[in-house]
Design a protein around this ligand. Structure first.
Ligand code: NOJ
Length: 719
C-alpha cells in the first residue's frame, strides 16, 4: 500500500476533513475573518492547510506543530497570494501583460517563487487568468487583459515560472489558476456580481486560459466566487468535474475561494452549511478555504447521505498527493531552510526595475516631448502620485508591505540629482481640498518641464474595488486643468504619468498632455523605471493589453468583437454607433509608442494555399525611421470572413518583437499552424472550415494600421 493509501486508511473523519480545510493566519486579511487561532487544531490534525502566513520562522513553527505534534504527522500545505512578487514587487499582472514577453512572464514568476519558497511557502494563489473586458471591474488589474489567446500564453508562462521544472524542488511553488471561470464577466463590472454569458463566450473567451494552465501542469485551480447563469462556480459540477477533470484531465487540487462554500447559502442554492458543503464536494472542490464548511457541514451531510465517504477520500487523496508531489512528506522544512542571499535580492531588484520599465506604455508623445532633453534641467514633479511610494505596489502587495518602494520623485532625484527636482502634490488622490494647487503651480512656473503624476490610489482597483466612474478621483481634474493652463501660458511641456489598475477614461487629459505614460502600478522599482524612460535610458516598449475606452458608455469595449449586420457608417443613420461618442477607442489594444518610429512593409505569407496540416510562415519587414534605437512589437491577427458561425473582426494569434537602431531594417518572422484557425462550430465543437482567411500584421489592433494577405484553406484529405 502506498504512503497515501496507508494514511487514508488510518485517518479519522475529523482528520480527513482537516486535510480538506485551509484557514488563515492573522498576517494578511483577504476576506472576512472566520477562524481564530489554528494552533490547537493543527496539533489535533484537524487543520491541514494554511494561508496568509509570512515569515520563515512562523511558517516553520506551524509546520513543526503538524509534523511533530499531530498524530499522523502530515505536513501542512501553506499558501499565499504571491501575485507579482513576494518581498520585491514586479509590476501588477495587467502591467506585466503589456510586455508581451513570455520569457519575462515566466522569469518574474520564478523569482517570486524563489522568494516565497525561501520563507517556507509551498503554494501561490496565482496566476489569475480572468479575461476582463470591463475596466469597471477592479480585479482586471490582477489579470491578463482582454484577450483569450494572450491569457493562455500568460497562463503557460506563469505556471512554468511558479512551478519550475520540478514541483518537489526547494524553490518551486504549486500554482493555482484562478478564478475558474468567467469571473471577469460580472454584471456591470461589479465585483462578486452574477455572470450570465453565452456558452460560446464562456468556451471561446473565458475557458482557454484555464485549459492552457491545465495543459501546462498547474497544480491547483480555484473556482470563482461568482455564479454562472445561476450555478455558483463553487458548486458547478459541469465545469469542475465535467470540463476541468473529465475533458481536460486535471488531476490536481481544486481549492475554493475564501469562504465561497458558505456563500452558497447566500447564492440561494443551499439551505444550510451541510448542503453547501455537499454541493461543493460533489462538484469536485477538494479544499475548503476559510468557510469551515467541510469540518462543520460534511459530517451532517454524510448522515443525510448527501455525500459519500468515497468522495471525501477522493479529495483527501488529491490533497495528500499534492503534498507528496511538493516533497513535503520527504522534507517538510525544505522550503524555508535556506534564506536567500543579499545578492539574490539585489539581482531581483535589478530585474524588477527592468521589467517595470518595459511595462510602461507610452500612450502619447507629441513632438517627441520624451525623452527629456538634457537641457531641460529643472523638473517640476507634481501631483498626488509623484511622491507616493506606498501606492507603487498596487492593490495587492503580498509580503512586501507598502514601504520601500521607489516613488517618481525618489527615482528622478536619484538619477538627476536633488536640486533638479521640485515637488508639490497639489491635491490628494481623493479628497476635496484644493488649497495646495497654487503652491504647486508656482513650482511648475519655475521648472523647464512638468511631470504631472495622477491616477487612482492603489486600493481603487483589485478585489472589491469596482468603480462606476473611470475618471480621476477627487480634485485631480481641476488640478490638472490648472497645470495645463499655466503650462500653455509658460510654453512648458506637460508629461503625464498616469497610475491606475485599469485604463482610466480621461479623454480631456489625453488631448491636453504633451506626453502620457501609462504607469499602471509598477512595483518596488516604479520610480527608477519611470526615470529610466523619462530621461531616455530606456525606450518604452509596453503595449496596452486592453482596449482603452474614451467614454465609459463604450464599455465593454474590446477588439475581438463580431461584425454587425449594420456596421457603423457615418452617412447611414441605421448603423451600429453612438449618437454622442465615436465607436473608436481612445487607444486600440496593442497601442504603445516607442522612441523609434517604425514602418512595416512587405508582408509575405506562405503557402497561400494551405492545408489544415500546414504551418503558415509569415514575414514582414520593419524599418526604424526614427532617430533612436527602440523595440517594436508586431502583432499577428486573423479574420475568417465567412464561416458557419460569425467570427470576431480580429483574432490574436501571435506577436513578435524586433529591436532596431535608427535607420535600420529587419524582418520579423511568425508562424501559425493552420490547425489553429479551427473554431467552435455550430455545435460548439472545434471545426476547421476550408475557405479564405485574412492574415493581418501590424503594431496594434487598429485595422487601418494592419498589413493584410489572404490565404486559402483546404483539407489535406477529402472529408
Ligand atoms: C479572495 C480572492 O478572490 C482570491 O483571489 C485570493 O486568492 C483569496 N482571497 C485568498 O487570499
Amino acid at each position: 500500500m502506498s504512503r497515501i493509501e496507508r494514511l487514508i486508511s488510518s485517518m479519522t473523519l475529523a482528520e480527513k476533513l482537516g486535510q480538506l480545510t485551509m484557514t488563515a493566519s492573522s498576517y494578511a486579511v483577504t476576506g472576512p475573518v472566520i477562524a481564530g487561532d489554528s494552533t490547537d487544531a493543527i496539533k489535533a490534525g484537524t487543520i491541514g492547510n494554511l494561508l496568509n502566513m509570512v515569515g520563515a520562522e512562523h511558517v516553520r513553527e506551524m509546520q513543526r506543530l503538524a509534523v511533530k505534534e499531530s498524530r499522523l504527522g502530515i505536513p501542512l500545505l501553506i499558501g499565499f497570494d504571491v501575485v507579482h512578487g513576494h518581498r520585491i514587487l514586479f509590476p501588477v499582472p495587467l502591467a506585466e501583460a503589456a510586455l508581451f514577453d513570455p520569457e519575462t512572464w515566466a522569469l518574474t514568476a520564478r523569482e517570486a517563487a524563489k522568494e516565497a519558497s525561501a520563507e517556507g511557502l509551498a503554494m501561490t494563489f496565482a496566476p489569475m487568468l480572468d479575461v476582463a473586458r470591463d475596466p469597471r471591474w477592479g480585479r482586471s488589474v490582477e489579470g491578463p487583459g482582454e484577450d483569450p489567446w494572450l491569457a493562455a500564453r500568460i497562463a503557460e508562462a506563469k505556471v512554468r515560472g511558479f512551478q519550475g521544472p520540478r514541483l518537489a524542488a526547494a524553490d518551486a511553488l504549486a500554482a493555482c489558476a484562478k478564478h475558474y471561470c468567467a469571473y471577469g464577466a460580472v454584471t456591470a463590472g461589479r465585483d462578486y456580481a452574477s455572470v450570465d454569458i453565452s456558452e460560446r463566450t464562456l468556451r471561446e473567451v473565458h475557458m482557454p486560459a484555464f485549459a492552457a494552465a491545465v495543459a501546462s501542469g498547474v497544480a491547483a485551480v480555484m473556482p470563482a466566487f461568482t455564479d454562472l447563469a445561476g450555478i455558483p462556480m463553487t458548486a458547478n459540477k459541469a465545469l469542475l468535474r465535467g470540463w476541468l477533470r473529465d475533458r481536460w484531465g486535471f488531476k490536481g487540487v481544486i481549492i475554493s475561494d475564501y469562504n465561497a462554500i458558505a456563500e452558497l447559502m447566500r447564492h440561494g442554492i443551499a439551505a444550510d452549511l451541510a448542503e453547501a458543503a455537499a454541493h461543493a464536494l460533489n462538484a469536485g472542490v477538494d479544499i475548503d478555504m476559510m468557510a469551515d464548511a467541510y469540518r462543520r457541514g460534511l459530517p451532517i451531510a454524510l448522515q443525510r447521505k448527501l455525500v459519500t465517504m468515497a468522495a471525501i477520500d477522493e479529495s483527501v487523496r488529491r490533497v495528500l498527493t499534492l503534498k507528496e508531489q511538493l516533497g513535503l512528506f520527504d522534507d517538510p522544512y525544505l522550503r524555508g531552510r535556506t534564506p536567500e542571499s543579499a545578492a539574490a535580492f539585489s539581482g531581483r531588484r535589478k530585474l524588477a526595475r527592468a521589467v517595470a520599465g518595459r511595462a510602461i506604455v507610452m500612450l502619447k508623445n507629441d513632438g517627441e516631448t520624451l525623452p527629456l532633453s538634457g537641457s531641460l534641467r529643472r523638473l517640476a514633479v507634481v501631483g498626488p502620485l509623484a511622491d507616493a511610494p506606498g501606492e507603487m505596489g498596487g492593490p495587492w502587495w503580498g509580503a512586501a508591505g507598502r514601504v520601500g518602494h521607489v516613488s517618481v520623485t525618489a527615482g528622478l532625484r536619484e538619477m538627476l540629482g536633488e536640486s533638479h527636482i521640485q515637488h508639490a502634490a497639489g491635491v490628494a488622490i481623493d479628497d476635496e481640498d484644493v488649497s495646495g494647487i497654487d503652491a504647486a503651480l508656482d513650482v511648475c512656473a519655475s521648472a523647464d518641464a512638468i511631470l504631472l503624476c495622477l491616477g487612482e490610489a492603489a486600493d481603487m482597483s483589485g478585489e472589491a474595488a469596482s468603480r462606476a466612474h473611470l475618471g480621476l478621483p477627487g480634485k485631480q481634474r481641476q488640478f490638472a486643468q490648472a497645470v495645463f493652463e499655466r503650462a500653455r501660458d509658460l510654453r512648458k511641456p506637460v508629461i503625464v504619468i498616469l497610475f491606475s489598475g485599469r485604463p482610466l477614461v480621461v479623454p480631456w487629459l489625453m488631448d491636453q498632455a504633451d506626453a502620457v505614460l501609462a504607469a499602471w502600478f509598477l512595483g518596488s522599482e516604479a520610480g527608477n523605471a519611470i526615470a529610466d524612460v523619462v530621461v531616455g535610458r530606456l525606450s518604452p516598449s509596453g503595449r496596452t493589453p486592453v482596449t482603452w475606452a474614451r467614454a465609459t458608455g463604450q464599455i465593454p469595449i474590446f477588439f475581438g468583437e463580431r461584425s454587425s449586420g449594420r456596421p457603423a457608417d457615418p452617412k447611414d443613420h441605421y448603423t451600429s454607433k453612438y449618437l454622442d461618442a465615436p465607436n473608436e477607442p481612445q487607444f486600440p489594444f496593442g497601442h504603445g509608442l516607442t522612441y523609434g518610429r517604425f514602418t512595416l512593409f512587405n508582408l509575405r505569407v506562405t503557402p497561400v494555399n494551405a492545408e489544415d496540416i500546414d504551418t503558415l510562415q509569415i514575414r514582414v519587414d520593419v524599418r526604424n525611421e526614427g532617430a533612436r534605437a527602440a523595440e517594436e512589437t508586431v502583432f499577428l491577427f486573423t479574420r475568417d470572413k465567412v464561416a458557419s458561425v460569425a467570427r470576431p473582426l480580429l483574432e490574436l494569434k501571435g506577436f513578435a518583437k524586433i529591436s532596431l537602431p535608427p535607420g535600420e531594417s529587419g524582418t520579423v518572422a511568425l508562424s501559425l499552424r493552420a490547425g489553429e484557425l479551427r473554431f467552435l462550430g455550430l455545435d460548439l465543437e472545434p471545426v476547421f472550415e476550408p475557405g479564405e482567411v485574412e492574415i493581418l500584421v501590424g503594431p496594434c489592433a487598429d485595422r487601418s494600421k494592419l498589413l493584410s494577405a489572404t490565404v486559402q484553406l483546404s483539407w489535406s484529405r477529402p472529408c
